[in-house]
Design a protein around this ligand. Structure first.
Ligand code: PEP
Ligand code: MG
Length: 544
């Protein structure tokens, strides 16, 4: 047995036979041609064929993974029609008297390099799209199958990498799982895998390809990211049990998709999902969350080696909003500091970082940084249903300052003729006892509260959430924490605001009944808990 470890992008177990995904031969030869017009006609015909293939893939993806995720194939069709791209191919054919395949390959390299040189993560990712459409075009020019080959039967597809169109073109009926040597969890491929419910592990390393063979036995554990080649008896038994358990759980929960989050006595609650990165949206959609209750925006800062620009932030927020297609998306402003340290912020070392310069305190100390994020958020608001939420609030004066800055940003955008949505909800996290205790003063100033039970518990019980030795002193159901939540709920409702919970406690189903009785309107949990919480809600009776 040999074990490889990568990143599990969809949690499930698959046991089966390997099929090594064979891409078409990408080596394109440079051939001198006399009749350049004939080459250009070949390009036009290949383009037409590629366009209709992409249309088919788009329709397939639309059914399987929804409009927002299928959109990538529409983008590919648009790129295929791009004038600059096509002019470049024709110019190369004409000026160098070369074959169409060669002109496409050179153009692909040129455009991909151009995208890669742009200092924007979204634009860099377009390089892969250019290579994808060019590969298809070359495949159609040479008459090779555009989507690689797949041997019959149900198999585990193993590849160096898979492009989005290759991923969605895989016949789901025949694919048990897929494993790739390369690839990032941010890629469209990973998002599609999650939404297609195909167990998948990516980035196991190139060495894996020199070990595996067509027809060999493999087990893929999408939960742990482990891949077992030639598994031994014990591993086979263990993973087989895990697979059965998981399938049974999912089978039962799947029946709840599309169902309402409603108690037996008619009380409705919103069940949203928490995400830390744009690439979690697949899981949100897959688990039928009603919206995103907490998008921890600091990931953008943590993943970068310098401050993310307004443009970078704008494109990330826009992508989340567009993918959620009109459903509520609550983005929390930067919550850096304490356990989340970023070198380039140059923060001073603190004796008690959890009680120090973190989250909104940094933003209010450095308003230019905060306003960049607010601008990006308001600009993105035009693309969906946005709520903005502020972390670590302790006073009315902080919130007043925040609201002034928000107003300033809106006025600046209006003066510049930049559009934004008028109905962006503004809310605060209740994660300090101070905020809960003055929630009657804070509620009239906002549209919503969201209780961050992780920090609220830490600050109420005076137990550092980072310190494992504190665990025995932390009672997550402590009456003090529950009273603060209840007090916040009453004050929110009294002043016309709604209240949710986005800390880990929201997924503690032993408390769901308590929360609903308190009047909590929304529970925001990790995507994979959405259906579990729905299940519990639907079995509850709230009124005595
Ligand atoms: C919380 O404190 O409960 C919360 C949701 O925020 P974070 O865990 O990101 O601090
Ligand atoms: Mg917190």
């Amino acid at each position: 047995m040999k074990t490889f470890t990568g990143k599990g992008v969809y949690g499930a177990v698959a046991i089966g036979t390997v099929s090594v995904f064979k891409k078409q031969d990408a080596a394109v030869k440079r051939v001198h041609v006399e009749d350049t017009e004939a080459e250009k006609r070949r390009v036009a015909a290949a383009k037409e064929l590629s366009s209709s293939q992409l249309q088919e893939i788009y329709e397939k993806a639309l059914k399987e993974v929804g409009e927002a995720n299928a959109a990538i194939f529409e983008t590919h069709r648009i790129l295929l029609d791009d004038d600059d791209y096509n002019d470049s191919i024709c110019n190369i054919i004409e000026s160098q008297s070369v074959n169409a395949e060669y002109a496409v390959a050179v153009t692909a390299d040129h455009f991909a390099e151009m995208f890669l040189a742009i200092d924007d993560a979204y634009m860099k990712a377009r390089a892969a799209d250019i290579r994808d459409i060019s590969g298809r075009l070359i495949g159609n020019l040479t008459g090779a199958a555009a989507d690689g080959s797949m041997t019959g039967g149900k198999v585990i597809i193993c590849a160096s990498d898979l492009s989005p169109s290759e991923t969605v073109s895989l016949d789901k009926e025949k694919v048990l799982a897929f494993v790739t040597a390369c690839g990032s969890s941010n890629s469209h491929t990973a998002i599609l895998a999650r939404n297609m419910n195909i167990p998948a592990v990516i980035g196991v390393g190139e060495a894996f390809l020199s070990v595996i063979e067509d027809g060999g036995e493999m087990i893929v554990d999408g939960f742990t990211g482990e891949v077992f080649w030639n598994p031994d008896e014990e591993t086979r038994r263990r993973l087989s049990d895990k697979k059965k358990e998981d399938e049974e759980k999912k089978r039962l929960l799947q029946e709840l998709k599309g169902r309402e989050n409603i108690t037996l006595d008619g009380r409705k609650v919103n069940i949203y999902a928490n995400i830390g990165s744009v690439d979690n949206i697949g899981a949100v959609l897959l688990n039928d969350a009603g919206g995103i209750g907490l998008f921890r925006s600091e990931f953008l800062y943590l993943e970068n080696s310098d401050y993310p620009t307004e443009e970078e932030q704008f494109s990330a927020y826009k992508r989340v909003l567009e993918s959620m297609a009109g459903k509520k998306v609550i983005i929390r402003t930067l919550d850096i500091g304490a356990d989340k340290q970023v070198d380039y912020f140059g923060l001073k070392k603190e004796e008690n970082p959890a009680l120090g310069l973190r989250a909104i305190r940094i933003c209010l100390t450095r308003p230019e940084l905060f306003k960049t994020q607010l601008r990006a958020l308001y600009r993105a608001s035009a693309y969906g249903n946005l709520g903005i939420m502020f972390p670590m609030i302790t006073s009315v004066s902080e919130l007043t300052e925040i609201l002034v800055l928000c107003k300033e940003v809106r006025e600046e955008l209006s003066a510049q003729g930049v559009g934004y949505a008028e109905n962006v909800e503004l809310g605060i996290m209740i994660e300090t006892p101070a905020a809960a205790l003055i929630s009657d003063r804070l509620a009239p100033m906002v549209d919503f509260f969201s209780v961050g039970t992780n920090d609220l518990t830490q600050y109420t019980l005076a137990c550092d959430r980072q310190n494992p030795d504190m665990e025995r002193f932390v009672d997550t159901h402590h009456e003090a924490v529950l009273r603060l939540i209840e007090m916040s709920a009453q004050n929110a409702h009294q002043h016309g605001a709604w209240i949710g919970i986005c800390g880990e406690l929201a997924a503690d189903t032993t408390l769901t009944e308590t929360f609903l009785k308190m009047g909590i309107d929304e529970l925001s949990v990790s995507p994979s808990f959405v259906l579990q919480v729905r299940d519990v809600v639907r079995k509850l009776k709230i009124t005595p």
